[in-house]
Design a protein around this ligand. Structure first.
Ligand SMILES: [Zn+2]
Ligand SMILES: [Zn+2]
Length: 348
């Protein structure tokens, strides 16, 4: 076994602290990665606090992992020592179900994808530990290649926040001539603005206030409106082809559906605590759709990274030492970060 160190939540709602554990010795298809940076995703906090249920402890969170290959198994063909790579929200899947075969492993039908942390390996009993650590061992088929021109700290959030926005923007065909709204300008939303803009769509940010307007425009937004102003919902009636809703607090989805034009879609990627109440009329009128989307498969995640490389696009990050992770959690909850915390693993 490979001795590893990291930060873990020892039990539910406890602060994270130093933790020693072991990674498996590389199997023939495994890549050993020296983790350089790991992003802090809001879902790390939900899971460390068991807000979604079913969490297991001790938990080493982290699924926005960027690093460098330090060792490879005998049958690895895709990567070599020294390659810049990353790992996202899952590290394995069944590989034979209908969805895995289509490259949509995040929707694996046979036991689900193996989560990078707070999950179990395919044997059903070996816990997985995430990226708040110095090393990780992952099958090469679930490792992503980082374009050479991108810095690893800014790349880390692409593995969750980036793909979470890229996938629906591609699936619902954001591009030239399309009017796209991004609801919420946080870790997810700011990536949505950058990617939708790079795809050539007209991008509008719908944020609670105009506080982040200058930022939004710098990130690529063409328009910026405050949702606290009722005039916004009058003015933008039937305006958008696509709305990506990144907000995880309760809001009136019906008001947003009314901003869609004929055949428009609102795609939900945030998870509010309580179920939303949706009326039939805003959907029936103008043949609108309400949909959801979860991260992306390996093939699409690689596509997203290559797209970001081509457009020189990364996340706006605040790099912190791992000793500040608990403080960072509190700030994420208060939306006090522009726009993603990334842990510098050299601090371990
Ligand atoms: Zn995440
Ligand atoms: Zn599967």
């Amino acid at each position: 076994m490979i001795p590893a160190k990291g930060y873990a939540a020892p039990k539910v709602k406890a602060e994270l602290g130093p933790f020693s554990f072991e990674r498996r010795d590389p199997r023939p298809n495994d890549v050993v990665i020296d983790i350089k940076f790991c992003g802090i995703c809001h879902s790390d906090i939900h899971q460390a606090r068991d807000e979604w249920g079913g969490s297991t402890f001790p938990m080493v969170p982290g699924h926005e992992i960027a690093g460098v290959v330090s060792r490879v198994g005998g049958k690895v063909t895709k990567y070599k020592v020294g390659d810049k790579v990353g790992v996202g929200c899952f590290v394995n899947s069944c590989r034979h179900c209908e969805n895995c075969t289509r490259g949509l492993e995040q929707y694996c039908l046979d036991g689900g994808a193996t989560l990078t942390y707070n999950g179990f390996e395919r044997d059903g009993k070996t816990p997985t530990y995430g990226g708040y650590s110095n090393q990780i061992v992952v099958d090469e088929n679930y490792v992503l290649r980082v374009p050479d021109n991108l810095p690893l700290d800014g790349v880390a959030p692409l593995f969750c926040a980036g793909i979470t926005l890229y996938s629906p923007l591609m699936h619902w065909k954001a591009g030239p001539g399309k009017k796209v709204a991004i609801v919420g300008l946080g870790g997810l939303g700011h990536m949505g603005v950058k990617i939708a803009h790079a795809l050539g769509a007209e991008v509008t940010v719908l944020s609670q206030s105009l506080r982040k307007e200058a930022d939004g425009r710098r990130l690529g937004a063409d328009n910026f409106y405050a949702t606290s102003d009722p005039a916004t919902f009058k003015k933008l009636q039937r305006y958008f082809d696509l709305i990506i809703n990144t907000v995880s607090v309760e809001m009136d989805w019906n008001a947003y559906l009314n901003l869609l034009k004929l055949d428009g879609s609102m795609v939900v990627v945030g998870v509010p605590e309580k179920p939303a109440c949706v009326a039939a009329f805003p959907l029936i009128m103008f043949r609108r759709s309400l949909a959801g989307s979860a991260i992306g498969g390996i093939k699409e995640t690689q596509e997203m990274l290559d797209f970001c490389g081509k457009h020189n696009l990364t996340s706006d990050v605040e790099v912190i030492p791992i000793q500040k992770v608990n403080e960072a959690y509190e700030r994420v909850i208060k939306s006090d970060v522009r726009y993603r915390f990334v842990i510098d693993m050299a601090s371990l």
